[in-house]
Structures are given as structure tokens and as C-alpha cells.
Design a protein around this ligand. Structure first.
Ligand code: FAD
Length: 440
């Protein structure tokens, strides 16, 4: 099938780009309201500061740029615009002390709500001090090897956007992440996907990008992904799709360090995404995979008790989550996890896959920018949770499924929210490029 059609299928998924755009239009506002307006999904608990990079000394990546000198300056207004990177990468606003955390800490583990929800309601509220690692986890629980259980951080107050974090430190982390996929070499996007699907809503035929696509189709660099086994391709797609989504957000919410203005930067989008259609393709793949995992949790979420200190809001949260999962469940299945890890010759591959993903999770402690580390950790946890749900969770059973921590659920839903937002932002920026709008 011609790769430039919106009807082209997303590689390794059972859905076309156009269909994903349609699904995204359907769920975008519900998902957005869940991640932006509910306490349950907008506070994330993690260890941002009490951890060290386990792979190398991160002194250089933390302090290697000129902006380190701004540490002693109190007000951001006094910082020269071009030096703001370090400041931009810090968390903003007060760190949240989420009410339930305190409540839970003061109450016995068995009955965290002490009957507050009524006698006839089971207290299935997920409390967060049971963070022991489960063999089936794809991520390192946030408190492993560190003191304390971390802090609650408001995701709404700290949006994922341009921070200025770049250079050697950032590249070292990305390289290490890609080299976890040592099933295949060379790494990163030297591996071009030959299918070259460019998915953005029928606008793909734009002559501006045709040459780039043509060149790539003629001269694929490195090994073709489609010659690799499915599981290895999936690992690469996950990482590359996450990277693409991060890049989309930093281009979408970009700070012009000369003028001090925040706005979408379509040239950034063109350079980082559009000229590498396989990156966009991988982002769509991630959408299929993560949304399938959320769909699979429908029954679990139907019975879930959302616990914040505000029962009315909890009911609203539940209604929104139900709306999301029932909409997704009503659609054709767009990713088939059952075809993975089936080959008897690939014994041990699943374990290998899981261990590599855990290493990616550990690598997040090497990210030298607070906000990037926050979103990096959240998204790796979200993808790890999606993998756990897809490969170790049976929706027809109760009781035998691996436990899902609250942090995993929050990470999963927010990760879907991130990809959903990336796809919408990518379509807007491509539309702007095609109509010659350089300032959005
Ligand atoms: P990079 O994005 O650093 O890419 C390095 C190399 O990887 C590229 O040269 C290319 O060969 C390859 N590559 C790039 N994209 C892909 C892809 N999608 N698939 C496969 N290969 C690819 N910066 C922010 O401003 N805001 C953030 O929130 C933020 N979060 C980050 C989170 C993490 C975990 C990390 C490691 C970095 C984060 N950064 C963030 C930094 C940002 O990702 C870039 O590293 C930085 O902007 C420098 O970009 P670059 O153009 O040098 O290429």
C-alpha cells in the first residue's frame, strides 16, 4: 500500500493512521479532562531528587552548561534569556502534598478510608506504600534503592515542554536508552523504517517533504527494521515513539530564547519529526499499543475506587474514566498483543525484553533536568505499565492479575494523554507548514 496514504496501516499494529486520528478526535477531550482536571490523575508521586544515575557520574550532564551560573540569581527576570535553560528545566510551583497521602499515612493499611465511603463499599482504594517490585514489572518502582517514597508533583503545573536541556548530557541518555535495544544495531534512527508511513491526515503529499521521503526510500540507512523479529521492532518503536512525542511537545510549547516568547515552533517540528517520518510512525504505533492497554483495563477500572479527599470529584473522575474506556472498548481492536512472544524459539525473549525496559527506567535517573526527568520517568512507567497489562494481564480473570499500583495507573493514563496530545499537535503543526503559517 502506498505509504503516503492516510489509509496506510501503522506498521506492527492493526490500524491505519487515519483511523487513529479519528479515534483520537473521539477521546481527546475526555482524556484531556481526566489528566488536567482530576486530582487523582494530575498528581504523580515519584523520586526525583533522592536518586543517582546508576550508570555514570552525572556531574557533567547536570552542570555542563553556562546556565549553571544562574543558580545564585533569585528572580527569573534577572536571567538573560539565552541563559534560562537551567531555570526552565526546574520544577515550577510548590510541590503538592496530595491530601490522600497524608490521610493514608495516618490510617491503617487495611482500611485506608476507615469506612468513609459507606459500609457497603469495599475499600479497594490503592494505597501507595506497597511498592515492592513484582517480577512482572517492566519498570523499577519509584522508591527502589532510595530513601523515602518520593514527592507528589503536580503534572498540570509542570507541563512537558521546551526546557533547553540538550547537548552531550541529553545525547548520552538517549544513546544509552537506544543501546538497551541491543537486539539490533546501529541504534537510534539510523534504522529507518522502510515503510515510511507519514500519517498526518491526508496532508502527506506536500511537495516540500516528498524529496526527503523519496531519498529515504531510495537509501535506507542501516538495517531495515522490518527484517527484525516483531519483539525487537516493538522495543525500538516504543523508545523512538516516546522520543518523538517528547520532541513534538518541546516543539509545540517552545521558548524562543531570544524574544522570550512561547509558541509552537514549526521549523523545530519539521526538522525533528517531519523529516523523519518513521519517528511519527512510531508515535502512532505507541498510540495503538497504549490505548489497547487502557482498553484492556476496562473491567478493572469499572470496579476501581478513586480515592482523593473529595468524594464528589472521585465520582466525576470515575465517570470520565468509564467514558474513556467504554468509548475505546466500542472500537475495533487496534493492537494485537497476542502475536508477541509466541515463537518457541524466542524463549527468554520476554524476560530479556522486560529487563531491558527496566534498564531504560533506571536510565531516567541520569536525565539532568528536573522537568524532563519527571516526564521521562512518568512516560517510561506508563509504557512499562502498558506492557505489563498487555502481556501479563488477563481481562477475563479476577484476582490472578498482577497488582497495579496507583502510580502505574496514573502514568499509563497520562502517557496515553501525552501521545494523544502529540498527535493532535503534530497535525496542527503540519497543517501550519502546509499553509505557510510559520508563526502559530
Ligand atoms: P535529540 O532529540 O537529543 O536526539 C539525539 C539523536 O537521537 C538524534 O540525533 C537522532 O539521531 C536520534 N533521534 C532523535 N529522535 C529520534 C526518534 N524519535 N527516534 C529514533 N531516533 C531519534 N527537552 C526539552 O526541551 N523538554 C523535555 O521535556 C525533554 N525531555 C527529555 C526527556 C528525556 C528522557 C531526555 C533524555 C531528554 C529530554 N529532553 C527534553 C531533551 C531533548 O529530548 C533533546 O535531547 C534535546 O532537545 C536535544 O535535541 P537534539 O536535536 O540534539 O536531538
Amino acid at each position: 500500500k502506498c505509504a503516503l496514504e492516510p489509509s496506510a496501516m501503522v506498521s506492527d499494529a492493526c490500524v491505519s493512521y487515519g483511523e487513529i486520528n479519528g479515534i483520537n478526535d473521539l477521546i481527546f477531550s475526555t482524556l484531556n479532562s481526566i489528566t488536567q482536571e482530576t486530582d487523582f490523575f494530575s498528581y504523580y508521586r515519584l523520586n526525583l531528587f533522592n536518586t543517582e544515575c546508576p550508570f555514570w557520574s552525572d556531574a557533567n550532564s547536570m552542570c555542563g552548561n553556562i546556565a549553571c551560573s544562574v543558580n545564585t540569581i533569585e528572580s527569573e527576570d534577572e536571567i538573560p534569556l539565552t541563559w534560562r535553560a537551567e531555570e526552565l528545566s526546574k520544577l515550577e510551583g510548590p510541590k503538592a502534598n496530595h491530601p490522600p497521602r497524608k490521610i493514608q499515612a495516618e490510617r491503617p493499611k487495611e482500611r485506608p478510608l476507615q469506612g468513609e465511603l459507606g459500609d457497603d463499599v469495599g475499600e479497594s482504594c490503592v494505597v501507595e506504600y506497597d511498592d515492592e517490585c513484582d517480577d512482572r514489572d517492566y519498570c523499577v518502582p519509584e522508591d527502589e534503592g532510595s530513601v523515602g517514597k518520593g514527592d507528589y508533583v503536580s503534572l498540570v503545573d509542570n507541563p512537558e515542554r521546551f526546557t533547553g536541556y540538550s547537548g552531550e548530557g541529553a545525547h548520552q541518555v538517549w544513546n544509552a536508552i537506544y543501546s538497551e535495544n541491543c537486539f539490533m544495531k546501529p541504534m537510534a534512527d539510523e534504522l529507518e523504517d522502510q515503510t515510511l508511513n507519514v500519517p498526518l491526515g491526508g496532508l502527506q503529499a506536500a511537495s516540500a517533504f516528498r524529496d526527503v521521503l523519496h531519498q529515504k526510500a531510495q537509501r535506507p540507512e542501516g538495517l531495515p527494521l522490518d527484517n527484525e523479529c516483531l519483539e525487537k521492532r516493538v522495543f525500538h518503536r516504543l523508545i523512538s515513539g516516546m522520543h518523538a512525542s517528547i520532541s513534538t511537545h518541546l516543539c509545540w510549547d517552545y521558548l524562543n530564547q531570544t524574544t522570550g516568547q512561547w509558541h509552537p515552533n514549526v521549523q523545530c517540528f519539521q526538522k525533528r519529526l517531519l523529516e523523519h517520518p518513521e519517528r511519527i510512525s512510531n508515535m502512532y504505533f505507541n498510540y495503538a499499543l497504549v490505548s489497547r492497554a487502557v482498553t484492556k483495563l476496562r473491567k478493572h477500572l469499572d470496579n476501581y475506587t478513586f480515592c482523593t479527599s473529595d468524594p464528589a470529584q472521585d465520582r466525576e473522575t470515575k465517570a470520565r474514566v468509564n467514558k474513556l474506556t467504554s468509548t475505546l472498548s466500542g472500537l475495533p481492536q487496534i493492537f494485537d498483543e497476542k502475536i508477541m512472544f509466541q515463537d518457541p524459539g524466542a524463549l527468554g525473549l520476554k524476560e530479556d525484553f522486560r529487563n531491558r525496559f527496566r534498564n531504560v527506567s533506571r536510565l531516567m535517573d541520569c536525565v539532568g533536568c528536573d522537568k524532563c526527568r519527571l516526564w521521562g520517568k512518568l512516560q517510561v512507567n506508563g509504557y512499562g505499565t502498558a506492557l505489563k497489562v498487555l502481556f501479563d494481564y488477563d481481562e477475563t480473570k479476577n484476582g490472578e492479575n498482577p497488582p497495579l499500583r496507583r502510580t502505574e495507573l496514573v502514568a499509563l493514563v497520562n502517557t496515553l494523554g501525552r501521545i494523544s496530545h502529540s498527535i493532535a499537535a503534530a497535525r496542527s503543526m503540519q497543517r501550519a507548514l502546509l499553509t505557510g503559517t510559520t508563526h502559530m
